[in-house]
Design a protein around this ligand. Structure first.
Ligand code: NAD
Length: 433
């Protein structure tokens, strides 16, 4: 099948490469010329395990190409996926300007029946608006389908190739059939396509992300109480998560959720609720607790140094919002580093994949390190902010010998407190004393 994917970011590039890998002829469109230049040279602008190989193989087989020419791409294709960003607008709602721009461009380039797929995360009612916008600008027949994406950054290729489920929100049998054809190669062992109406599909994505965000905030709230009452949040987590009704995912206390999805999707759902006069207090509380989590971590640091951080040197391990990505959108590291800098502290940071992203964000406000050990030289304290594998079992003797004072603030509960104390560190974690 001939397919166009518009928006070649974390989602669009993975979707495009995976669809091409199944034998489709895929054109990826983006309006960022710099990104396109890199892709044409075989440079993958993001870090995502397995993606580089997949892109290169499919470009080599002429199944995958890149362009800024949306008109050409749409004319060539029967199905157009919209995978542009839907960032948080000023009032908390999803900013749909990129989706509508693309929809308008598609409308102008129509040359026959097309299925237009909302892959971007968009609020309920967006497909209706996209339909109206396109209908105003073309006389050709078309259908708009909602097909929200559930891949996880850091595991995106595998998630797309073997999805837990594929949600297809469609009000047209013809479009549904085409979408089923596209996804059938990914679902050979069991058909995990869930068909529903468009609005339910749009809502499913926000409900799923907000539920997961709430689970994280719930556990963080419990962990904060554990710390106060002298309970161990890790034991509580294990105790809770063995109940199959609760499950063992998303229950790790930490610095709260970040990334390009949860924070904005939670806010957008609250906004939709407010627009329709619905009380969204559970989800609003998840958002509030999430912000508090970073503040409490900063308070721990401040308390340890008697509220005087001026001139203190902090080593930071981990900048990406989660391991296995170079993405720092809404990463806890940004809030934490900015706050420490505002109090006169000095930062030296290291992340296995997000150094270039960090340089773009912090410029010369912080020092950048080459590896984890170089980061801790002369540090007053080490902050573990992202749980990359390589930070899991460091040589603590070496770390201690390089630091000015052996203090660790672990925002991800990675180490065994007893062993760390034995090695002579002062060790702070989340939800445990
Ligand atoms: P992104 O910012 O990485 O990528 C968006 C791309 O769209 C950029 O490359 C940008 O240059 C391009 N673009 C913007 N306007 C364009 C236009 N008019 N024409 C062509 N290209 C244009 O965003 P992302 O993380 O891939 O997210 C895309 C959507 O998918 C969002 O709605 C997001 O909520 C959703 N989503 C993201 C994830 C994730 O893990 N990142 C997971 C599921 C769903």
């Amino acid at each position: 099948m001939k397919i166009t994917v518009i928006g070649t970011g974390y989602v669009g590039l993975v979707v495009g490469a995976c669809l091409a890998d199944m034998g489709n002829s895929v054109i990826c469109v983006d309006n960022n010329e710099e990104k396109l230049k890199q892709l044409e040279q075989g440079i993958i602008p993001i870090y995502e395990p397995g993606l580089e190989e997949l892109v290169k193989a499919n470009v080599h087989e002429n199944r995958l190409s890149f362009t800024s020419d949306i008109d050409f791409a749409v004319k060539e294709s029967q199905v157009c996926f919209i995978a542009v960003g839907t960032p948080q607008g000023e009032d908390g709602s999803a900013d749909l300007q990129y989706v509508f721009n693309v929809a308008a461009s598609i409308a102008k380039s129509m040359n026959g029946y097309k299925v237009i797929v909302d892959k971007s995360t968009v609020p309920v009612g967006t497909a209706e608006k996209v339909t109206a916008l396109i209908a105003k600008n073309t006389s050709f027949d078309f259908d708009v389908v909602s097909n929200p994406e559930f891949l996880k950054q850091g595991n995106a290729v595998d998630d797309f190739l073997s999805p837990d489920r594929v949600i297809i929100g469609s009000n047209s049998d013809k479009a549904t059939q085409i979408m089923q054809e596209i996804y059938s190669p990914f679902l050979r062992t069991a058909n995990r396509i869930i068909l529903m109406d468009v609005k339910s599909a749009e809502m499913t994505k926000y409900a799923a992300n907000s539920f997961l965000a709430t689970k994280i905030s719930f556990m963080n709230e419990v962990a904060n109480l554990c710390e106060k009452v002298g309970a161990n949040a890790e034991m509580v987590r294990v105790g809770m998560s063995t109940d199959s009704r609760i499950g063992n995912k998303f229950l790790f206390p930490g610095l709260g959720y970040g990334g390009s999805c949860f924070p904005k999707d939670v806010k957008a759902l609250i906004k939709t609720g407010n627009e329709f006069g619905c009380d969204m207090s559970i989800i609003a509380a998840a958002d509030k607790t999430n912000k508090l989590q970073r503040k409490l971590f900063l308070e721990k640091i401040s308390k340890h140094f008697n509220a005087d951080l001026s001139g203190k040197k902090f080593a930071v391990w981990g900048l990406a919002f989660k391991p296995k990505t170079n993405d720092m959108r809404e990463a806890p590291s940004i809030t934490i580093i900015e706050d420490l800098l505002s109090k006169g502290a000095k930062i030296k940071a290291f992340d296995p994949k997000a150094m270039e992203t960090a340089k773009f964000i912090f410029k010369d406000k912080i020092e950048y390190s080459k590896n984890s050990y170089d980061t801790v030289v002369d540090a007053d304290a080490l902050l573990l902010l992202t749980e990359w594998n390589e930070f899991r079992r460091p040589d603590f003797e070496k770390v201690k010998s390089l630091m000015k004072t052996p203090v660790i603030f672990d925002g991800r509960n990675q180490y065994n407190a007893e062993r760390i104390h034995e090695k002579g560190f002062t060790y702070y974690q989340i939800g445990k004393i």
